[in-house]
Design a protein around this ligand. Structure first.
Ligand code: SAM
Length: 383
């Protein structure tokens, strides 16, 4: 397989889409028949002052900030849809303009470079990858402790977007690396962890990280990633526990028959010791955003200690005919929740919201666009 064609309802990986000719190691097909790739993300300790540095793995965007067209878990047309015309333009349920691509006629000139809707991953065999590792990493002086290996997909239907790596996870990982002291020895809970990348980075300093999401297939992939990077977490004694935590459920599943369910000890440890909550790129669907914030609030009320939630979000722009303008409705919904939390006065907890400047050094390679934001919510008991 040297060419993958995506359907119009496929969500493409932001992180990998712009590296069409990068060499990717396909390791297997998952239980859904989706190709699973292995990427190496290199920690650029020696380039800490740079904000757009080169790196191994699939993490490098192609252009300067803002140049790449937004895609992302919200799917739908990006802001460049304003300049598109053609057959098949229609509205989706939300009023977004849904543009179908005109089939290419034989007379159309060949586009320069790879077509926009195709990637040409160069698939490596395991041996080739090991060879590459030896040569490339040796040449660049990368040590095993500077490499995070992540299994992921590059294109999925919307319900499987957690199997891709999102820029928000890389931004959050950078923040954790920058704020190592804050995470030292802590118990951390990540919501909607996807491939587990941010949880793995957190566990290089934290004592315990509850890495949570939904779906046995995704959680199994996440568990594999934890195992792939055990050398990183073991060094600091950190433990990552992969668990199911569904924002659409009020309780944690403790049925021992269910994969990734919670033991009573874990539940008790979670509520007694967690002081940091994390969530990256989980604000792309208003109903899920409602569920996430409801979960966050419920957890904050159950935790024994004050806590801080650190959230990354990408402000994705979409052209909608409803507004006849470029809007970012999912982002606005996210912001309305932040305002709602700050106004909240339930007599027990106070929520203080703060935008965290993303000016800290970039140790992982990805496009840190202006649309990528980090927010902190401090939750404290009302005295
Ligand atoms: C866009 S992905 C982000 C994944 C990861 N945080 C990252 O940045 O790479 C959104 C994540 O939210 C998770 N999610 C969606 N609905 C959920 C629910 N009801 N409960 C828990 N997680 C959910 C998805 O499975 C997915 O992993």
């Amino acid at each position: 397989m040297d060419e993958v064609t995506f359907k119009s309802d496929t969500v493409l990986s932001d992180v990998h889409l712009y590296t069409p000719n990068h060499r990717h190691l396909m390791v297997r097909l998952n239980s859904m028949g989706q190709p699973v790739f292995l990427s190496r993300f290199k920690l650029l300790w020696s380039h800490a002052s740079q904000t757009d540095s080169g790196a191994e793995g699939g993490g490098r965007g192609s252009g300067p900030a803002g140049e790449a067209p937004p895609s992302g878990p919200g799917g739908g047309p990006s802001s460049d849809a304003t300049s598109q015309e053609g057959p098949g333009a229609r509205l989706d349920e939300d009023g977004d303009l849904d543009v179908e691509r005109r089939p290419r006629a034989a007379s159309d000139p060949e586009p320069a470079g790879p077509p926009r809707d195709k990637v040409h991953p160069t698939i490596l065999t395991q041996e080739e990858e090991e060879e590459e590792d030896g040569l490339a990493d040796g040449a660049r002086g990368a040590r095993p402790q500077d490499i995070i290996r992540i299994e992921h997909t590059m294109a999925t239907p919307l319900e499987d977007v957690g199997k891709q790596v999102w820029r928000g996870a890389l931004l959050l990982a950078d923040y954790i690396l920058f704020q190592r002291d804050l995470f030292q020895g802590r118990t951390v809970l990540e919501l909607g962890a996807g491939t587990g990348l941010a949880s793995i980075i957190a566990a290089t300093v934290a004592q315990t990280v509850y890495c949570t999401d939904v779906g046995a297939d995704l959680l199994a992939m996440c568990q594999r990633n934890i195992a792939l990077n055990s050398h990183l977490t073991a060094a600091g004694g950190g433990v990552v526990k992969v668990k199911e935590l569904d924002w659409l459920r009020d309780d944690l599943c403790t049925d021992p028959e269910v994969p990734f369910s919670w033991s009573q000890e874990d539940v008790s440890d979670l509520y007694s010791h967690t002081t940091i909550l994390l969530a990256a790129e989980v604000f792309y669907d208003d109903d899920l955003t409602d569920a996430l914030f409801t979960t966050l609030s419920r957890l904050a009320h159950k935790l024994k200690n004050a806590c801080t939630a650190i959230l990354s979000v990408e402000k994705r722009l979409n052209f909608t005919l409803r507004h006849l303008d470029v809007t970012c409705e999912a982002y606005e919904h996210f912001r309305s929740w932040l305002r709602r939390l700050e106004r909240r006065a339930d007599g027990r907890l106070r929520f203080a919201v703060e935008r965290l400047e993303a000016s800290f050094p970039q140790l992982l390679a990805y496009e840190r666009t202006r649309q990528l934001e980090l927010w902190g919510i401090s939750v404290e008991p009302v005295m």
